[in-house]
Design a binder for this molecule. Structure first.
Ligand code: ZN
Length: 240
């Protein structure tokens, strides 16, 4: 069983709770879809923890903007402040880990990427049907896992017809393909404050979205103590 996690955003409390939940579900492989840092107060410890437990990790736009400040040019003011702070905190060893992180990972019949696979370096969101079809066109695997929007979504493409699967669990039929946004561990934005990630069994082609409670007051208190923008602390409990 594989755990696919994304958008940790330096929220160590959410990451540890997610890893504990994954362990309880019999997970023996962890894949991280990036944005390990940015917004939260524990960038170094989150990079170290992911490096320690994940079989593979791909780069997110906040990781890229930490490595190269030009990546933050399109960020809003709050995200830019957080990335500047993150860059000052990061150890050289952890910057090196991020620098070696690829944009894509292919294994288990899956393509793992942070944003749209159309051009992973452009960090495009998959929000519309057109975006989703373009994403499917750029993926040869039966399933593509993405993050980036912080909103979990499951899409199924069967004989050219595209549907949104509302259930938390989905078995991809033979001949069909899926695009799964696993949501965000450290800063969910779908109105549910709990950490979001997905379980994936490549043999049964089953994907299950999971939500995990964590100590979001502790994560918020650390953000305030670090002097990061207050809104980043407040939003955790709102899931926005
Ligand atoms: Zn993100």
């Amino acid at each position: 069983m594989i755990a696919v996690i994304s958008d940790i955003h330096a929220n160590l409390e959410a990451l540890e709770a997610t890893l504990a939940d994954a362990k309880s579900q019999g997970v023996n492989k962890i894949v991280c879809l990036g944005d390990i840092v940015g917004y939260g107060a524990d960038p170094n410890r989150c990079v170290e923890r992911i490096h320690e437990v994940a079989a593979a990790s791909v780069l997110g736009n906040h990781d890229a903007a930490t490595l190269d400040e030009r990546g933050a040019e399109n960020f809003n003011a709050v995200a830019r402040v957080a990335i500047q702070w993150t860059r000052e905190q990061m150890s050289p060893e952890n910057m090196e880990i991020l620098r070696k992180t690829p944009l894509e990972y292919i294994a288990d019949g899956a393509l793992y990427v942070h944003a749209s696979p159309e051009d992973p370096n452009l960090w495009n969101y998959v929000l519309t049907e057109t975006d989703a079809r373009a994403a499917f066109d750029c993926c040869d695997e039966f399933i593509c896992f993405i993050g980036h929007s912080h909103v979990p979504v499951r899409l199924l493409l069967t004989n050219g017809s595209l549907e949104v699967v509302p259930d938390a669990s989905l078995a991809v039929p033979q001949g069909a393909r899926a695009l799964v946004n696993v949501g965000s561990v450290g800063q969910p934005r779908d109105g549910d404050w709990r950490a979001s990630y997905a379980l994936f069994d490549p043999t049964t082609r089953q994907v299950t979205s999971r939500r995990v409670e964590y100590d979001c007051q502790a994560a918020a208190a650390k953000i305030l103590a670090a002097g990061l923008p207050e809104v980043l602390a407040r939003r955790l409990a709102l899931g926005r």
